[in-house]
Design a protein around this ligand. Sequence first.
Ligand code: FA5
Length: 333
Amino acid sequence: MDYQTAFAEYETAAIQAINDSQNPEAIEAVRIEFLGKKKGRLKDLQSVLGKVKPEERPIVGKQFNEIKNKVSAALDARVKELKKPQKALSQIDVTLPGTTVEVGKVHPLIQTIDEFKDIMGRFGFSVVDGPEIEDEHHNFKALNIPEAHPARDPLDNFYLAAAETASGGPVLLRSQTSTVQIRVMEKTKPPIRIVSIGRVYRPDTIDATHSCMFHQMEGLMIGDDVTMAQLKTVLSMFAKTYLGDDVQVRFRPSFFPFTEPSVEVDMLWGDDWLEIGGAGMVDPNVLRTVGYDPEEVSGFAFGLGIERFCMKRHEITDIRRFYENDIRFLKQF
Ligand code: FA5
């Protein structure tokens, strides 16, 4: 047999025997057989080596060493592997009942938010985000709420006592998502069609339909010739898409400093109307503040309460249920 065939046969047989060994005794037997110094397969190989021509010896000797090292490394690795504690299949009682795995659910408010984004996306509105911690400029001034306006009253807002903006003004938790209208208009040229969804904070007295933290969806559409009729169409279509064709929505004249004219949007709930949002045509003062020309562009904006829509869809009668983390309640959606 030539030395190359002998080397190959040795290597194949050794690796096979190493992989087949299932316990320390077996692997020790393999070590003696393939790497033993006194007798065994390594010795046989050495005798093959003795028969090669003297000029070939350095190359063949190198190959011999490489194969020996390779087999030795594979053997060491297998010894290590066999030492690892292994749980035998027989130790697992397959007749025991399995552990019940409870699959979590997406919170109903998050489900609502996802659906709102989806519906408004189909209407051509893209989604933007804005900060929950705001400065006075975005929460009030740019929304046409001057310094002496009662909406700025510390008792009506959550100011962060120790924090200030870089320019020194106070910082507060935003009281409405309308702040994002300003942030978007400051950075973007018309046309604009966006919605922004997030948390807002007000020290309102908590009851079945009010919380001090809740979610709003702000909408803003700015263009050459945006009308109040379009605003009413978008809001009616939105309410019908989310709540079904039989939902009854009404628009009631109202006042917001940042829209003119302004409306409040209600939906029929039982025998009563429940307010679901505020809306209107963006006030020319607001357009000017962000650098737009009110003679050239117009727009509408709206802010809807997410919780109240979700309550209507699922007939939830108390807003507080959303925040209690009662798994029995949350599991139902
Ligand atoms: C506003 O917040 C205006 N920013 C809406 C707006 C946007 C007007 C753009 C014009 C243009 P309002 O305070 O009415 O409006 O709140 C809007 C909606 O948020 C309400 O209709 C209601 O659905 C919800 N909401 C208000 N206060 C609470 C509260 N304490 N708990 C739960 N939901 C509330």
